[in-house]
Design a protein around this ligand. Structure first.
Ligand code: GTP
Ligand code: MG
Length: 192
């Protein structure tokens, strides 16, 4: 079972390096994905803490990198959603740069969870993040969100299709169902 999460801070440039009492850096797991894909909802459902991460039906809610400490054992990093057209280009450029800087400088990043909406196709942007993780040898798991929006028969087809395209590990997810949460918890516990 995952421990209780605590919001730490939001930033675009001053990334914290958090350590355990022995001075070892805490492992970090980052959530990446388009705006509105369900990142904040996943955090709340995964930790069973409604309201920990702010959710919204308006895309672009998360405009900073949000850091959460999970039981003071590991850090969850909620990256700002990309692909949000309504924000001014200067703001979009600032988030993209912040995501790049974080991904390329963090020395404690142990897993990237790349969220993709079950009703959308995989984009070039997503493929390039997968390529980057492969190159850096950082484990990456594609999480197909909002699976409840698909008919039962479509679900396996979608997951297979995403596996084919990304050649990555793929898990389906929905905040409306208990089982995907159990699987994702197990996956996270493997790296801790
Ligand atoms: N049906 C369904 N809706 C979901 C699910 N997960 C999220 N949503 C809805 O999708 C919308 C966006 O969810 P958020 O969690 O705020 O998305 P986000 O990725 O954090 O968005 P930004 O912070 O704007 O980048 C909200 O209306 C959620 O209720 C899911 O598993 N099933
Ligand atoms: Mg969010």
């Amino acid at each position: 079972m995952l421990k209780k999460g605590r919001y730490l801070l939001s930033t675009l440039d001053a990334f914290p390096l958090l350590k355990d009492p022995r001075g070892n850096p805490l492992p970090e797991i980052a959530l990446a994905g388009r705006s509105n894909v369900g990142k904040s909802s996943l955090i709340n459902h995964l930790l069973s803490q409604q309201g920990l991460a702010k959710t919204s039906s308006t895309p672009g809610k998360t405009q900073l990198l949000n850091f959460y400490s999970i039981g003071d054992e590991w850090i969850l990093v909620d990256l700002p959603g990309y692909g949000f057209a309504k924000a001014p280009p200067s703001a979009v450029a600032a988030w993209s740069k912040a995501i790049d800087t974080y991904l390329n400088t963090s020395t404690s990043l142990k897993l990237v969870l790349l969220l993709t909406d079950s009703r959308r196709e995989i984009t070039e942007e997503e493929l390039s993040l997968i390529e980057w993780a492969r190159h850096r040898k950082i484990p990456l798991c594609v999480i197909v969100t909002k699976m409840d929006k698909l008919k039962k028969a479509e679900r396996d087809v979608k997951v297979e299709q995403v596996k084919q395209i990304t050649q990555a590990e793929v898990l389906g997810f929905s905040v409306k169902e208990p089982f995907p949460r159990v699987l994702l918890t197990k996956r996270i516990e493997q790296i801790l």
